[in-house]
Design a binder for this molecule. Structure first.
Ligand code: PLP
Length: 409
């Protein structure tokens, strides 16, 4: 008899996106000609840039010839990509990261989920609220979240990020061992300054807390005082794992490539207090359970760093950020309170007239034919907010903002 991991039975249904899909479907059935604009999408829409496609083609041709064919590659990633990462994403920002501290993977979703494999199930985990749901659900699977009571996991520590605290997470008073920080944030689009992030790093050093820093939206940063990497903060290598992804940076959501940095000086602890380098454990986990990102894809990722490639990739980001500005400016002109959209493709709107998230969602769908994402779907502190994204076309974005002008406050 095979016993199951019963934690899986505790998982809540992915109510959010199925409920959105149901509501949109039903509305379309009743209003087949409604010109719906989808502003809820968390996926990129622009194709891969030419330099990336060129690199992929060349790599495919290499795979077709015996002399340049590649079979299994190093699980951690090819040196050409590891070198491009440490040089461009770190050295150029004055950060020294060794290639043996970088692990190339098929996604930040997999890595932020899988990282729990090397951590004990008794750890107390803190998450910002609202939150990217993967951090929560993967801790539920591992048994670290406890039971779901009154819409909350009773072993998780929720750190509310709302207009009341200007979306700046306060360090919890209770003891915790692990915290997930995602900046620029999904879903709120907010960021932390270097000084704000430093308070977390200092606290983590002092209290032996492990920070999971998700930088999936790093490429969207436009302001100077926003750290691109947690390792810009002194001492962060002692306490933080950093997750990065080519998904939003370069349109790799369907192509799949990301990486995780586990510094060698970062320690975990045994029950008896012995220090163990997490790099060693993650290397073992990664090489045992993962066989590397395809050569063709790693060449594509490498191309994002060439002079021409990075220019092309930046142009796409600028396109999305132009959309973000149009949305943000348009909504603010309407008198709405809006977060994000400056260093992030996400715009987080405080619902007008005290509407709840789903009420505002329904209003936008039915009155303006715009689909957003109800904030409450990202956690209890998301109630009273709604997320729009800048991943639609410029034309649709302009049209959506025109419609949003009809919101009567
Ligand atoms: N981290 C955050 C905060 C995200 O919003 C997403 C995707 O939406 C991911 C990670 C997933 O990235 P990847 O496509 O590399 O798995």
């Amino acid at each position: 008899m095979a016993f199951i991991n019963e934690n899986y039975l505790k998982l809540q249904g992915s109510y959010l996106f199925s409920e959105i899909a149901r509501k949109v479907r039903e509305y379309k059935e009743d209003n087949p000609n409604a010109p719906i604009i989808r502003m809820g999408i968390g996926d990129v829409t622009k194709p891969l840039v030419p330099e990336v496609v060129k690199a992929m083609h060349l790599a495919v041709d290499e795979m077709a010839v015996a002399s340049s064919f590649r079979g299994y590659g190093p699980e951690q990633g090819y040196d050409f990509l590891l070198n491009a990462i440490v040089t461009n994403d770190y050295k150029k920002r004055g950060i020294e990261i060794g290639t043996d501290e970088v692990f190339v993977s098929d996604g930040a979703k997999s890595d932020t989920g899988n990282i729990g494999d090397i951590l004990g199930t008794d750890n107390i985990v803190a998450v910002t609220d609202p939150v990217y749901p993967v951090y929560v659900d993967t801790n539920v699977m591992a048994g670290r979240a406890g039971e779901f009571v009154n819409n909350l996991w009773n072993k998780l520590i929720y750190i509310p990020c709302t207009a009341e605290n200007n979306f700046i997470p306060e360090i919890p008073k209770q003891k915790f061992d692990i915290v997930y920080l995602c900046y620029p944030n999904n879903p709120t689009g907010t960021t932390l300054t270097k000084a704000q992030l430093k308070t977390w790093v200092d606290y983590a050093i002092e209290n032996k807390v492990l920070i999971m820093f998700d930088g999936a939206y790093e490429a969207f940063i436009t302001e100077d005082d926003v750290p691109h990497s947690i390792y810009e903060i002194e001492g962060a290598k002692q306490v933080a794992i950093e997750f990065r992804s080519f998904s939003k940076t370069a349109g790799f959501t369907g192509t799949r490539c990301a990486y995780t940095v586990v510094p060698k000086e970062l320690m975990g602890y045994t029950k008896t207090g012995e220090k163990v380098p997490l790099n060693k454990l993650w290397n073992r986990r990664h090489t045992t359970k993962f066989n590397g990102v395809p050569y063709v894809i790693q060449r594509a990722a490498e191309a994002c760093y060439s002079e021409q490639g990075s220019l092309e990739v930046k142009n796409v980001i600028s396109y999305y950020m132009k959309n973000a500005k149009i949305i943000k400016d348009g909504l603010e002109a309407q008198g709405l309170k809006v977060m994000g959209g400056v260093n992030s493709p996400y715009i987080w709107i405080k619902t007008p007239k005290g509407m709840n998230s789903w009420g505002f969602f329904d209003y936008l769908l039915k009155e303006l034919n715009i689909v957003g994402t109800p904030g409450v779907g990202f956690g209890p502190s998301g109630e009273g907010y709604l997320r729009l994204t800048s991943f639609n076309t410029l034309e649709n974005t302009i049209e959506a903002v025109e419609r949003l002008k009809k919101i009567s406050l």
